[in-house]
Design a protein around this ligand. Structure first.
Ligand SMILES: [Fe+2]
Length: 258
């Protein structure tokens, strides 16, 4: 029994297509789910939504999805400095304008959390619980350096018990670890990785005799094509550099548009 989880596509259609192509070729998957942030930062928000809907891939609403759906005035993101804030607001305004009413309505229909019973609802467990950020807010960064006590607290909010899985994204950096028998998995990002590796990322949960284990997978795609499309759009060129650097370019200053 294996389940694929992906998150943070952020309107990057070439990256999503590469992942979906690989998932379609695998014959070992019982399910595929997304963990939100389908839009923002790249020029294909409607196309990404259509691709996910066409494959009936269920998932949760990320902070970008829910704020675009509500036509809020920002994405709820955390900014490290005024330049990041300026770029983020440009992305949000662009995405609000580009997404169709139908896309906004669908984004607004995504649940905050999704609980799965991979062996069937007629059995007590194990459970796989999906959120975008953490179980309280979809804007909280749950990084690998969070304490075991934090993980226990989050498991408590969800009602997760030993043998269950709690999966999330939002930070764009993959990691996993077990605390008190609960497997915590950050899936990383399909369309906007921040760990220095520009390839798209997703995670696979494998249910073995001794419980779930997580594997992190990377998929090469045409990063140059995605970057070119960003530069050809009215989105900031900084987002192209960000993709090319695997998120190592941190937006503390604007790039020279030439
Ligand atoms: Fe994100």
């Amino acid at each position: 029994m294996k389940i694929a989880l992906f998150s943070d596509v952020h309107a990057n259609l070439p990256a999503l297509e590469a992942v979906l192509d690989e998932l379609a070729e695998r014959d070992d998957l019982s399910g595929v789910y997304h963990l939100g942030d389908l839009v923002g930062y790249a020029p294909w928000p409607n196309e990404v939504i259509d691709a996910v809907r066409a494959r009936a891939i269920a998932g949760v609403g990320g902070n970008y999805d829910t704020t675009v759906a509500l036509q809020h005035d920002h994405c709820g993101c955390v900014y490290e400095d005024p330049v990041q804030a300026e770029l983020s607001h440009e992305s949000f305004a662009w995405t609000l304008d580009a997404t169709t009413d139908a896309s906004k309505r669908w984004l607004g229909s995504l649940p905050f959390r999704l609980d799965l019973r991979p062996l069937g609802g007629h059995r007590a467990g194990p459970r796989v619980m999906l959120v975008h950020g953490n179980p309280i807010l979809n804007t909280v960064y749950w990084k690998a350096d969070r304490s075991d006590a934090f993980c226990r607290k989050m498991a408590g909010h969800l009602g997760a018990k030993s043998g269950d899985v709690v999966a999330f994204g939002h930070t764009h950096i993959p990691w996993n670890r077990v605390v008190d028998g609960v497997l915590f998995v950050n899936t990383g990002s399909v369309g906007r990785p921040k760990d220095g590796d520009p390839r798209a990322g997703y995670a696979v949960l494998s249910l073995e005799d001794d419980g779930f284990a997580a594997t992190h997978v990377r998929v090469a795609y045409d990063v140059g094509a995605a970057a070119d499309a960003i530069r050809a759009s009215s989105l900031p060129d900084e987002f192209a550099v960000f993709l090319e650097s695997g998120g190592r370019f941190t937006h503390h200053s604007r790039v020279d548009p030439d």
